[in-house]
Design a protein around this ligand. Structure first.
Ligand SMILES: OC[C@H]1O[C@](O)(CO)[C@@H](O)[C@@H]1O
Length: 358
């Protein structure tokens, strides 16, 4: 019998398909149940995983009671993260929830509280944290290659959240037009918008790169596209004790970075006291500049073992070895990212610079 029983609950974010595929690729894992209120959202995963109908649920409590999972994968809309984490944690199950951490800091704190009350592990999955370029950059920083991190520059996004599905499958213009009026990605109350979709990535990974520093204050501007209640473009400037960093999020890039890198390129430039690193999404190398190599060198990305490339394998590794979740997936680092996100939202609304919210 498989040692780890995993259920996937709530398919609102289509990354559920990706995360189930990652889980199913791990020896020792059994997918014991899938659950969503809208059965059609599970169809592709049911077929791919060849799951019998007794493992498919539309009632989450029945799913938890009947399948007794060890780990639940959650992919709700951003503003449902608190509710769903509390629901599952009440059953004393470890949780891997898909990014962003939450739609607000209060919601993020409710998730941390729920995990503490249940005495269970909460991990927040940031797919970008697994990109070999970013992990290689983090390894170089950890080894002291660029000295102390003093600036992080981030630009990221995609053509729009409805242009692709699980597995980065392209969707048609007709599908996009049909879904847009009802999609949570475009609903403010559900946690939609490019800022919430992408700023947490930049803020959380920047915090990972800079060793857990918090900015002192945040200034953010969002566009206000006609006819939409959410933003599609945000620029946030973060002032740290060491200087300025900037994070920019965009729905509406010229191309999706996983097909062709748009310009500006999606990813990070990290400046340290002794060098710089350019690490861009989906690239085979990172570019390192140091005092010895001021012209810069291309460094092939590190080969990644399973626990450095698969969030479910990483979570299981931590649980089996009684290790804390570290890096971007940890509630501690993700919470700092959420502080930055919340302050950016408040700054954009007030049209002024604000001290980091606590
Ligand atoms: O924009 C919608 C979604 O598309 C992705 O960029 C890649 O699948 C996600 O990180 C984001 O949540």
């Amino acid at each position: 019998m498989a040692r780890w029983k995993i259920a996937g609950i709530n398919f609102e974010h289509f990354h559920m398909g990706d995360n189930l595929r990652l889980a199913a690729a791990i020896p020792d894992v059994e997918i014991v149940g899938l659950c969503d209120e809208q059965p059609d959202r599970m169809q592709q995963a049911i077929e791919e995983l060849q799951l019998p109908s007794e493992k498919v649920f539309s009632d989450w409590q029945a799913c938890l009671d009947q399948t007794q999972p060890d780990i639940v994968l959650l992919c709700p809309a951003a503003a449902g993260h608190g509710l769903w984490t509390e629901r599952v944690m009440a059953h004393r199950v470890d949780v891997l929830i898909e990014k962003p951490m939450a739609a607000s800091l209060a919601e993020a704190d409710s998730m941390i509280d729920a995990a503490q009350r249940a005495d269970r592990t909460l991990a927040i999955n940031w797919p970008m944290a697994w990109f070999p370029t970013h992990r290689t950059a983090h390894r170089l920083i950890r080894e002291g290659t660029i000295g102390d991190v003093i600036e992080v520059h981030y630009y990221d996004g995609n053509r729009g959240p409805l242009h692709h599905a699980a597995g980065k499958q392209q969707r048609t213009a007709e599908q996009i037009a049909a879904d847009k009026p009802n999609s949570w990605f475009y609903q403010k109350a559900a946690g939609g918008g490019a800022l919430l979709d992408y700023l947490g990535y930049g803020a959380t990974l920047a915090t990972w790169f800079n060793g857990g520093q918090r900015p002192i204050e945040v200034t953010a501007v969002v566009d206000q596209p006609a006819g939409l209640e959410v933003d599609e473009h945000c620029v946030a400037v973060l002032r740290y004790a060491t200087g300025l960093s900037k994070l920019e999020t965009r729905w509406g890039t010229f191309t999706d970075p996983w097909t062709h890198q748009p310009q500006p390129r999606c990813g990070f430039v990290i400046v340290g006291t002794e060098g710089t690193i350019g690490c861009f999404d989906y690239q085979p190398t990172v570019r390192l500049q140091t005092r010895e190599e001021p012209a810069g060198v291309e460094i092939p990305v590190d080969a990644m073992p399973l626990i450095d490339s698969n969030p479910v394998a990483y979570l299981i590794h931590c649980l089996e070895n009684r290790l804390p979740i570290e890096g971007p997936l940890s509630p501690e680092t993700s919470r700092i990212g959420q502080q930055i996100v919340d302050t950016a939202i408040a700054s954009a609304a007030a049209k002024q610079t604000l001290p980091l919210l606590n």
